[in-house]
Design a protein around this ligand. Structure first.
Ligand SMILES: Cc1cc2nc3c(=O)[nH]c(=O)nc-3n(C[C@H](O)[C@H](O)[C@H](O)COP(=O)(O)OP(=O)(O)OC[C@H]3O[C@@H](n4cnc5c(N)ncnc54)[C@H](O)[C@@H]3O)c2cc1C
Length: 417
């Protein structure tokens, strides 16, 4: 254990902060999580559709570019020079290191999926896990990417299989015979589950290890103190306005960039707005047993016990923008295309939030320029698996231990130079 970081404050009670706190406490650190909301998992983690799917992982960078070129749902219009600059950086990152980054993200996600299953078993957690993810392509031009995706899956040793609609119905008898498909890939070892349920139980597990959680408490600023400590300026009904600790982990989603900027760490985070619908299952026999991802619309559909969650991406739109009714209707229509009788789609509850994305499509974890301020953000749409994996790697780095998988490409210095 690195004895200079005995007391650690983790900023953010989403999955990233909770898991970072858990793994650090397991190594013997004294950890406090500071969260501005009243509970854990109320922001990006809350909307997670639950895909725990390393096989389906694609570099979010490519994905973001394709999304901009081909907006199927909605994308902000008008000139947004910040967004254009970010997309340019994204393309550059993609050209230089795309294949390498895809491998890194796949490796991290597979590691995170394995850890998640171990944690669920070790803590005897309740779960709603289901096996198998279908990756569906509506258009021939999209399905033309299948050989390339299969090659990538092969390289990472992920089980996969190309299926036609008849073969899908053998696996999923409720899959609509009317659904028009140009191709499908099936990943039997990919999974889907209830990410929020996992996050809440991880909070309990962290508390059992001694982690304290402080809600309704917002960190306003961070500053480096003489003597190697870090000061936090807080707004909280029950904490003092000033806290001093040996080290800080910033796992505050999009707010991480603002908190780190005064410490000479400029994170090029962009907020990708996504939204989800939760619908009650109407007929269990007509409902999916495995998850699917519609490549054409970038929509995921997962079964969570007696409910189905459908999630999509709106693009780089300002978070304040109200959800367009057309996009909401689209979400339900897409689910209905595949499983028309599965759910009471007219009883949908909608929700939206942003996920933090970096141009290279990878999360960033580890020490910032301010050596005792650490970061763990940018997990994007592969957030569940990548978050758990990153949290474990971060705790290993902070303890001065050798991580179980390579961290190259994931460290702040790899991103920021
Ligand atoms: C609709 C949707 C669907 C998704 N689907 C999937 C999926 O199927 N599979 C998958 O792997 N990933 C998915 N993701 C992504 C995944 O949910 C995220 O990558 C992951 O949950 C990020 O966790 P986080 O802890 O970094 O962020 P968050 O959950 O946003 O947590 C950050 C926390 O920091 C707190 N905070 C911020 N600033 C401060 C401050 N100054 N002081 C105190 N607290 C602060 C916030 O209140 C928040 O609770 C989805 C995301 C969305 C939005």
């Amino acid at each position: 254990m690195n004895s200079t970081h005995r007391q650690i404050a983790v900023i953010g009670g989403g999955l990233s902060g909770i898991c970072s706190a858990y793994f650090l406490a397991a190594k013997g650190y004294q950890v406090a999580v500071i969260e501005r909301r009243a509970h854990v998992a109320e922001e990006a983690t809350f909307g997670d559709s639950g895909l725990l799917a390393p096989g389906r992982v694609r570099g979010m960078a490519t994905f973001a570019c394709r999304f901009q070129d081909e907006p199927r749902v909605l994308l902000a219009s008008g000139a947004d020079f910040g967004r254009r600059r970010w997309m340019r950086q994204t393309r550059q990152a993609q050209q230089h290191e795309f294949a390498e980054n895809k491998l890194r993200l796949s490796r991290l996600s597979a590691y995170g999926q394995g850890l998640t299953l171990q944690l669920q078993a070790h803590h005897n957690m309740e779960h709603e896990n289901g096996n198998g993810v279908l990756h569906l392509f509506r258009q021939p031009a999209e399905a033309a990417r299948m050989p390339h995706l299969q090659e990538a899956a092969q390289q990472c040793e992920f089980k996969h299989q190309a299926l036609d609609a008849t073969a899908i119905r053998t696996l999923e008898p409720a899959f609509s015979s009317e659904a028009k498909l140009a191709g499908a890939l099936y990943y039997p070892d990919d999974m889907a589950g209830n990410c929020v349920l996992f996050a809440k139980q991880m909070r309990n597990a962290a508390q059992e290890l001694g982690v304290s959680f402080h809600f309704d408490s917002t960190v306003r600023t961070l500053s480096a103190d003489f003597g190697g400590r870090v000061s936090l300026l807080l707004e909280s009904p029950h904490l003092a306005s000033h806290m001093q600790v040996d080290a800080v982990v910033v796992a505050a989603g999009m707010s991480s960039a603002r908190l780190l900027q005064p410490l000479d760490t400029v994170l090029p985070l962009r907020a990708l707005q996504s939204y989800s619908a939760l619908v009650p299952v109407k007929n269990p026999d007509d409902a999916p047993s495995m998850a699917l991802y519609d490549d054409s619309y970038k929509v995921a559909m997962t079964r969570l016990g007696g409910r189905i969650r459908i999630s999509g991406l709106l693009g780089f739109v300002p978070p304040s923008q109200t959800l367009p009714p057309k996009a909401l209707r689209n979400l339900l229509k897409i689910a209905g295309d595949y499983y028309p009788n599965a759910a009471n789609y007219n009883q949908a509850h909608f929700w939206s939030n942003t996920m933090a994305l970096l141009p290279h499509g990878l999360p960033v974890l580890g020490p910032t320029r301010q050596g005792n301020v650490f970061v763990n953000v940018g997990h994007g749409a592969t957030g569940w698996a990548a978050t758990v994996g990153s949290a474990r790697l971060l705790s290993d780095l902070m303890a001065g231990e050798e991580p179980e998988i390579p961290t190259d490409g994931l460290l702040p210095r790899d991103l920021l130079g």
